[in-house]
Write a protein that binds this ligand. Structure first.
Ligand SMILES: NC(=O)c1ccc[n+]([C@@H]2O[C@H](COP(=O)([O-])OP(=O)(O)OC[C@H]3O[C@@H](n4cnc5c(N)ncnc54)[C@H](O)[C@@H]3O)[C@@H](O)[C@H]2O)c1
Length: 325
């Protein structure tokens, strides 16, 4: 199989690349390296099955040709971040919406029926206190004037684009709402919580929990995520569907801080930082983000391979390894 991954030098995209190369597939990555890095693809860059183009998908002249050569496309390229968006909101909107639209136009132009997986996000669930989030839920946002919602709105637009191309031109698309992926290769920049806690615990620095620590999240190992997306793409009945993908084990940030401290064998104290101080700007953070995975399991029968403890241990080992080389 020939796989095209947009954003394949990013955290998730590079794990998808590694996963498919492991299966003997040909992998073509396009990435503008705006947040992705060459380090993420170093381990397999010389693999003859792997090809990389540094390009911006919004203007890349090679897009149609590369799309035409692919059997499957994972569209991961996006401008990320949820809390620090006011500075980057034009890029968020333009990349996430125009990039997806251009990609889908290219797929339509080739008319070859490539299987397409579009990355959406649990952030599209917006303002909700529901204990578990289902794909059929109505979505509620604040005014678009609150720019912190730009990312979620851009992902929702991607979902609409995906569904329209599926219904109108029969492109076999599945939209995946990804919930908090973690794992090796993720950096602590952008304040992503698990690598940040790991870094603080390993250095013996205070572990900084934002707010009162009662907010909870469900973390999925990125290697499970890569395998989940493959299994989902192979399931023909997932075509034209929007599907939650992740892990439904829920953990409060207080408990996560204690778990990371314990796994790192650290004596770091745990301290609390108000959200406003942490983000220096207005921020909206849902108290819970737990996926209802019934649809995903009905479509795939997938069994997760990594527990949260396994993943944290691997992140700690990686952090310690890089401290000593
Ligand atoms: N990491 C998570 O927990 C999570 C959760 C929900 C959704 N997602 C979605 O999954 C996808 C991958 O996320 P990630 O965590 O790997 O983020 P990431 O920032 O590591 O990867 C995104 C990649 O896209 C590339 N990119 C950005 N704009 C581009 C452009 N115009 N042309 C080419 N490449 C471009 C970046 O350089 C980067 O390598 C994104 O669409 C993201 O919104 C991720």
């Amino acid at each position: 199989m020939r796989v095209l991954i947009t954003g394949g030098c990013g955290f998730i995209g590079s794990h998808i690349a590694r996963y498919h190369l492991g299966k003997g597939d040909k992998v073509h990555v396009v990435d503008d390296l705006s947040t992705g890095t060459l380090e993420n693809i170093t381990a397999f860059r010389s693999n003859p099955l792997f090809h990389f183009d540094k390009a911006d998908i919004i203007i890349w002249p090679g897009l149609v040709k590369s799309v035409a050569l692919a059997d499957r496309i994972y569209h991961m390229a996006a401008v990320m971040g949820v809390h620090h968006l006011s500075r980057a909101s034009i890029k968020v909107i333009s990349t996430n919406i125009a990039g997806t639209e251009r990609l889908l136009r290219a797929v339509k132009a080739t008319g070859a029926g490539q299987r397409v997986i579009i990355a959406s996000s649990s952030e599209v669930y917006g303002l909700t206190d529901k204990p578990q989030l289902n794909e059929e839920d109505s979505l509620v946002f604040e005014s678009a004037a609150q720019m912190t919602w730009s990312f979620a709105i851009s992902k929702l637009a991607d979902e609409a684009l995906g569904m329209v191309y599926n219904h109108v031109v029969n492109t076999p698309i599945t939209v995946v709402r990804i919930f908090n992926a973690i794992g090796p290769g993720q950096t602590s920049s952008h304040s992503i919580v698990v690598p940040r806690f790991v870094k603080q615990a390993c250095r013996g620095q205070p572990i900084t929990v934002f707010g009162d620590g009662k907010q909870s999240r469900c973390f999925c190992d990125v290697r499970d995520l890569a395998a989940s997306l493959d299994v989902l793409a192979a399931a023909s009945n997932s075509v034209g569907e929007i599907v939650n993908v992740g892990n439904d084990r829920e953990i409060q940030m207080n408990d996560l801080a204690m778990l990371v401290r314990e796994r790192a064998n650290s004596k770091s104290e745990i301290i609390y930082v108000p959200f406003e101080e942490a983000y220096m700007e207005r921020s909206v953070s849902a108290m819970r983000r737990k996926p209802d995975l019934k649809k995903f399991y009905n479509l795939t029968n997938y069994k997760h391979q990594w527990t949260l403890e396994d993943t944290i241990d691997d992140i700690i080992s990686e952090y310690q390894y890089f401290q000593h080389v």
